[in-house]
Write a new protein. Sequence first.
Length: 225
Amino acid sequence: MNISVKNLTKVYGNTEYGVRALNNVSFEIPDKQFISVTGPSGSGKSTLLHLLGGIETPTSGTVFYGEEDIYTLDDKRLSEIRCKKIGFVFQFYNLIPELTAHENIILPLLIDKKKVDKDYLDEIVKTLGISDRLKHLPSQMSGGQQQRVAIARALINNPEVLLCDEPTGNLDTKSGTEVIELLKKAHEVFGKTVIIVTHDPKVADYTKRRIQISDGEIISDDFRH
């Protein structure tokens, strides 16, 4: 599924005197790309990710998923896209402490009253290397293991797009590298479009395309082979 960002602007507060987090940003993301969005703190990169995910509403401009302008959709259809087309991975794992890894992973399916595809679940946890952690509570796992569970949870609905906001920001260097390798696998093995927001140039080096943002505007958009 192609993603098209058109003239996206986000102003917090009064339009004239507020904080302009994004300023007239436009770009295209073809299906199944592996992309990083980089920039310093306050550059607008997380705001862009939130707008791509329909979590926030732009001041002007829009985002197309395929042929659908997500900001002209009613709440029900936008919720469907967020649940079925998009998986979210955040810096903080947002796992429920009282649930096991397995229960945290399948929670989106239970909320949506969907049946668990055991073969797909097995493939996810095997690929992410957490088959032996499924009965563990979050408190019994390392930060890297918890982030793997969070990635599995993001994949369980078989979305077309993974949106990742500083997914290594709460991890040590070794665990962070492992998580980026796993996101790369999600791109390659499961055919997902993966968009990673990061301030770390080493993380961006793993991706095939790097979009750099400064003061709410794109200053470079580089492709690598």
